[in-house]
Design a protein. Sequence first.
Length: 434
Amino acid sequence: MFSLEESATPLGHEMRKYFSFAPGYRNLNHGSFGTFPMAIRQKADELRTQCEERPCAFLKYQYDVLLEESRAAMAAFLNVPVSTIVFVMNATTGVNTVLRNLDWCDSDEIIQLDVIYGACGKSTEYVCESNNDHVRTREVCVHYPVEDDHLVSAFRDAIHASRRAGRTPRIAIFDTVCSNPGIRLPFEALTALCRAEGVLSLIDAAHGVGHVALDLAALDPDFLVSNCHKWLFTPRGCAVFYVPHRNQAMMRSTLPTSNGFVPRSARDPTSDDPTDFVRNFAFVGTFDNIPFLTVPAAIAWRHHVCGGESRIRAYCTNLAREGGRRVAEILGTTVLDNATHTHTDCCLVNVRLPIQAGYSVRLTWKGEPATPTDWMQKTLIEDYHTFLPVFPFQDEWWVRLSGQIYLEMSDFEWAGHTLVELCRRFQDALSNVD
């Protein structure tokens, strides 16, 4: 599938030739939407061509065979039985699938962190609202950076406080690596805590597959969903949804309900057949499901061209960590990290910006109203040919950068000097506000 020339390519700028970036564009924000090599795009195009040449034959019969191959490749990648793996469009869909399938009781609570991903936080709010607010959320609030032991202790305290209040901590949702700020969380310890406390664990691993090491047999969560299009190099949207056999009966319906749904009246009550779960998720209506079929090619490309998962992880994590320190040095600020450096044991890094005000002021960008975040991000796109997530957090401004196989330290140094200029321009814009 891949040439010998590709297999000899070192990590760094030489890797750019395998991607479709515009000349001069620096993709320092891989974490938001990911991207994928041209070889994987070619594979997706070949599959789409096969589909369009014989649409019904492909979608009714060939698709099933290819989907089984993808599920098998992902199951091996995550070290779990293939019968526990299905695909959904994205991590938010997987989280909603879990939350909307549970049979909620009036005393139930959802335990979640204050850094929960925005859409997932909205999803838990919807669950509470749709149950007439009898179901509640209980938020675990800490000040970051925080040591892992303290975060786990705060999570445990929230579970115990829920019970003392006469509530039932039904399920806990937490990330592998959260979005903003982009820090690694002690998801292994949180999963073990949930298991010990009898609380269901729902891991939002949007930043998971292809980013951090995941052995689901050892981790043993109750539910986990992870985007493949962020870090594994598949096209958007593609996410793996893991449900162990013990919990598959809870996942009654896909979103939307698929043709594979089996009503309770038609089920054999003595059957615990995992193929019911798999069939339910096999074909959830008509949408672009070609990305699901590219998983084996993406895994093979990472192994053959990049040297495998350990090499990719080591390069990207080290680049993000060291690059973040260099950006902070240029800015004269700090990296968001704890003393044990577990926050930065991932491919994302957050650097504080040297600006202190303007969180809610209204600016204009090319004559149109703009929030401070939009002003800075649009300026980065238009004037500097890059994009960096800029966000207020804990009463300070932060920027998040991604380490990836096509980047080098010089990209981070460039980002640091660019951010110095951006911050100066932002302060000038603030001074001109009436």
